[in-house]
Design a protein around this ligand. Structure first.
Ligand code: MG
Length: 464
């Protein structure tokens, strides 16, 4: 009798265990804007752009005021998001010619040997899709479908890398891909946000019964800005504002879809940007200085909203330093998977910060601001130090800022704080030894090569 009861208990327990682990696996959605600034949406203070859906997402979720991308430009930043490693570590800090991002037909791309979030989640039974701007290599072996995504739909690099908005002969026609096939050349970009949204919703519907990972890197608001007729000319901030308001609409459509499918409480959504705002095109990074392409706060500090009703405390804020490096370890943990242990990752599982439970301190002893191959700045606690360097014809001195007192990086306090300068120099030295630094000719000890192919060619060819 006892044995029978014990057996029954074990049976019930194992059944409940397997049932709950399947039901527990949350869906993940990452909405990744292109060049959206720190102050471009309501929850981060924009009075210019109407973003009611993002306001709602923030009210139902948690905002991060000190969230960083690893680089002020596209390709390096995206490489970090998907792998949890600094761009410099995985050879994605520049292209094969030392340029700052990848261009059509480049021989380099994200190494297929790197482990992406999509690959980790796919292994756990997730359906995976990338909808939007890839920009981690356009050669067949670098495409999303070879990096863990079941499907891909979108423009594989920046939307200005086509014929329409550039001088003749600069680039071949802009491709639009489904999986690995070019299905259109020079698509009408007015409808790109709408098309991405429809594809995203289709993917969510098709996978409502199984865990899914949707990576939605928008093409907008990157230059040249295009919006559908419903949004074009409607905002108070020109074409830039129009695209931001359309992305807000898109996010609302996704939230509504999750709601109506009953998936909202089982889905973690992150909304953020690939780098700081392109102020010359209309973005605002207020109160930060600098813009896209720089290692000032305005180049790398990005808006971030996380929402997961019932799990993430609603209407809350975290001021802890965190970054896109943390997305892979965190998602892996929440999905019950393991982040790769056979290589160095630079991010941390920040689920405690995300869920507002347990330790609320930043896991970073230091955060590194690389541009191309050079370590330009380092942050530890509230202190950020920019190293002396040449910028164009200008010689910039070593500068130290206290970000809690001076988030705009206006007053250099290096002279008054020699001990802090020393401490940051020491941290930088360790970083250079590990990741290298072109500016100081430090080779680095723990680096991995990017992917590289022979006979690379663009996905499309010019007609004349
Ligand atoms: Mg960008």
């Amino acid at each position: 009798m006892h044995q029978f009861l014990l057996g029954l208990c074990l049976f019930v327990l194992s059944f409940a265990g397997s049932f709950s682990s399947a039901a527990d696996k949350p869906n993940f959605i990452v909405i990744f804007c292109d060049d959206l600034g720190y102050n471009d949406i309501g929850p981060f203070g924009s009075k210019l752009h109407r973003t009611p859906n993002l306001d709602r997402m923030a009210e139902e979720g948690r905002t991060f005021t000190q969230f960083y991308s690893t680089c002020g430009v596209c390709s390096p930043s995206r490489a970090s998001l998907l792998t949890g490693a600094y761009p410099k570590r995985i050879g994605m800090h520049q292209n094969q010619e030392g340029r700052w991002v990848l261009f059509p037909g480049d021989s380099q791309g994200l190494n297929p040997d790197e482990v992406t979030i999509a690959e980790i989640l796919k292994e756990e039974g997730y359906a995976t899709a990338c909808v939007g701007k890839w920009h981690l290599g356009d050669q067949p072996s670098f495409l999303p479908t070879r990096q863990g995504f079941d499907r891909y739909y979108g423009i594989p690099f920046s939307n200005d890398m086509g014929e329409l908005d550039r001088p003749k002969g600069m680039y071949p026609p802009l491709p639009f891909l489904r999986d690995e096939e070019v299905i259109e050349e020079e698509p009408d970009q007015h409808f790109v946000t709408k098309r991405y949204t429809e594809e995203a919703i289709r993917f969510i519907r098709e996978n409502e019964d199984k865990p899914f990972f949707l990576y939605l890197p928008h093409t907008m608001p990157h230059w040249p800005q295009y919006s559908s007729p419903q949004f074009a000319g409607r905002s108070a901030n020109g074409a830039w504002g129009d695209t931001v308001e359309e992305i807000d609409w898109s996010t609302g459509a996704i939230l509504d879809e999750l709601e109506s499918l009953g998936l909202r409480e089982n889905t973690l959504i992150l909304f953020t940007s690939d780098n700081g705002g392109a102020t010359r095109h209309g973005a605002s990074n207020f109160p930060l200085s600098g813009a896209k392409g720089s290692t000032m706060e305005g180049g790398q500090r990005i808006p971030m909203i996380a929402s997961w009703p019932g799990t993430i405390p609603e209407g809350t804020t975290s001021d802890a330093l965190a970054s896109t490096l943390d997305v892979l370890p965190t998602f892996a943990g929440l999905a019950g998977a393991e982040a790769p242990t056979d290589r160095t990752l630079d991010g941390y599982d920040i689920s405690s910060l995300l869920l507002g439970k347990g330790d609320q301190e930043s896991p970073y002893e230091s955060f590194l601001y690389y541009f191309r191959g050079s370590l330009q700045a380092i942050r530890s606690g509230p202190w950020k130090m920019h190293f002396a360097r040449k910028s164009g014809k200008q010689q910039l001195p070593l500068r130290l800022f206290h970000l809690e007192k001076d988030v705009g990086e206006t007053t250099n306090v290096a002279e008054a704080n020699p001990e802090i300068v020393k401490k940051l120099q020491k941290l930088a030295q360790a970083a250079r030894k590990d990741l290298g630094d072109d500016a100081t000719n430090t080779p680095g000890s723990d680096l991995r090569a990017p992917g590289s192919v022979e006979n690379a060619k663009p996905l499309t060819t010019a007609k004349n």
